[in-house]
Design a protein around this ligand. Sequence first.
Ligand code: NAD
Length: 490
Amino acid sequence: MSPKQQAGDAVRNYVGGEWVGVEGAETVAVENPATGETVAETPYSDAEAVDGVVSTAADAFESWRSTPVEERIQPLFRLKSLLEEQIDEIADVVATEHGKTVAEARGELRRGIENVEVACGAPSQMQAGHLDYAAPGIDETASRQAVGVFAAITPFNFPGMIPLWFLPYAVATGNAFVLKPSERTPCTAREILRLVDEAGFPDGVVNLVNGGPETVNALIEHDDVAGVSFVGSTPVAKHVYETAAKNGKRVQAQGGAKNHIVVSDDVNLEFAAEQTVSSAFANSGQRCLANPVAVVHDDVYEEFTDLVVEYAAEMTVGDGRDEDTDMGPLVSADARERVLNYVETGVEEGATLRLDGRDADVPETGHFLGPTVFGDVNPDATIAREEIFGPVLALIRAADFDEALSVVNASEYGNAASLFTERGREARRFRRDAEAGNLGVNVGTAAPMAFFHFGGEKGSFFGDLHAQGDDAFRFYTDETVYIERWPDGE
Ligand code: NAD
């Protein structure tokens, strides 16, 4: 059955190689946030539907785990080619249901494809080590083995990239996989699964189940789910981490963020301001790696602020599918309302509104808000501490590098931080002492490539092995040690 459907149709699940509807399920409308039009309906799969998907995956696991790794990666090579061939078509789907620009959508898909490429290195990565003569007459070998069925639960903000942080590694290592994408952006997942189907994985190895919290809870409590990869907000990440762990599963749960850029007094201010604006406002600020707080040295604070306001005010806000658009809408009316409440809180708590996104020139329909810049923000203010997940940048003054670093480290989150400096000494201290998992020096957004793990610390991550890179291979495998004794001369 083709996954293609009319606007308003319920998105289907993909189970055992078939596209299946969810009988009698409640649905939620998926809206194009630039126009308000309904583009699809997401069904809320219940525990019974989840049980059907997981048992299909568990059956497929039995033969997939014994399929030679070289054979397991062949469909991934085909998936990479298909994603590359159809990147424009899928980017259009991302832009339509999420609102980001087509260029941003292409960028995230490129990052997703990078993970497919890295996962194709499974034949090397599955080798875990061997030592002859570990002891007299004894050799020891470690081997990596598939574990079972893994579930990934993903957020709305990178509907193309984040499923690909998990799917390729889980299946390359011999596991079966169930994806539960955000109910707000199910069409991108449908596109990826359409290509999975074409790439020729055996039925049941990769599956898709649509839904919301009830669907997630059924997955993280299911006896036949061995492990869970989660990305989303911190309260849900904690809930998933605790519940899945209590049910005996391994978990990697990435949560929310509130990241900082530190600007020293010796830098090229135009460059630092341009990078800060791009980091804070790309994807309308809906990025876990966005840096929505800049802590700026007193001596350059005024000049830096003027530049940031100038660059941010130049951004064209509009439908992400229009070529001229620099920044799209927020994902929903609720998301926009939430961000507007934060803007009001910022004013009430005494920060100076240097650029008011509420006055921006935006289209009449859709959930638009222009870039918003607050100056002279107190580090303890709500808008400096809480994740807003919208186009709001807070500027904080600092007397020196130490004071700036203490603002960064006071955060309850620890996803990312960047420093702009010309001093190696500061850069070195930042690398050692800044409490965040993805650090950048003279880099606006510290986004690791797929062959490195994606960091995250404190309230931004629950677990130990992260997504991407070597961590991913370790997360999706058990490492067994064999010890053999063949005494010499006997
Ligand atoms: P969200 O937490 O609302 O949803 C994420 C997933 O959890 C979705 O699939 C959703 O269906 C499910 N879910 C939501 N509420 C649930 C509940 N009560 N019980 C069980 N499952 C539930 O997150 P979102 O709004 O889709 O995404 C934005 C958040 O994700 C931000 O906080 C952002 O910082 C974070 N994020 C983090 C990273 C990272 O790498 N750390 C990357 C991207 C996004």
